[in-house]
Design a protein. Structure first.
Length: 205
């Protein structure tokens, strides 16, 4: 019996902005996504991260918020209450977008983030709470901090951008605008996937 061949993965960088630490009591107020690249076996092909993107600003779902968390995004809560997208509609549109770009790539979607746990917690909660379905499944998430720590052989707490080789980092600024940051992190993801640490490089030919 032949071994089962794994399907290719399409890595989608996602960044979210929230007005508090956890979803439910607090709200995801914006999120952005950018296709980072496609992996087929050992082969990784970087995408141009501005080519396939998604962005929405959302209506808050509760009256609770942490002023310091809200201030990070620079978004106006009163405007979001008036003009923000309804979460159910936004998540339906996002599911459709993820499935479209994944089908075009012939690959399974995987969310990636830096760091991923916070963004994944909000994204997955919103997908399941507003529509009951995640195009990433329940575990299709890759954390770039873990990826770097593993490849660089450093402790996870040492996997910070300030200690990474400069060639891994995007030249783009981290603005705390969800789409800007998703695009920046898509470039970091591709750089990490294509990076061979010096200590891991083979002998010169």
């Amino acid at each position: 019996m032949s071994a089962r061949t794994a399907r290719p993965s399409l890595y989608i960088s996602v960044d979210i902005e929230a007005d508090g630490p956890i979803p439910g009591p607090y709200s995801m107020i914006s999120f952005g996504a950018a296709v980072a690249g496609r992996q087929d076996g050992a082969s990784y092909t970087a995408a141009y991260p501005e080519r396939h993107t998604f962005y929405r600003e959302l209506r808050p779902i509760s009256d609770r918020y942490v002023p310091e968390a809200l201030a990070v995004s620079g978004l106006d809560r009163d405007r979001l209450l008036r003009e923000g997208a309804e979460p159910a509609a936004a998540m339906a549109q996002f599911r459709a977008w993820v499935r479209k770009v994944s089908a075009e790539a012939g690959a399974q979607p995987v969310m990636c983030g830096y760091p991923a746990p916070f963004d994944w917690t909000f994204l997955y909660w919103y997908l399941m709470n507003f529509g009951g379905d995640s195009p990433f499944g329940h575990s299709g998430c890759l954390d770039m901090k873990t990826l770097y720590a593993t490849k660089a052989r450093v402790p996870l707490r040492a996997a910070v951008k300030g200690r990474m080789p400069r060639e891994l980092l995007s030249a783009r600024r981290h603005t705390h605008h969800a789409l800007d940051d998703a695009i920046e992190q898509a470039e970091l993801m591709s750089n990490l996937m294509l990076w061979t640490p010096p200590a891991a490089a083979g002998p010169a030919g």
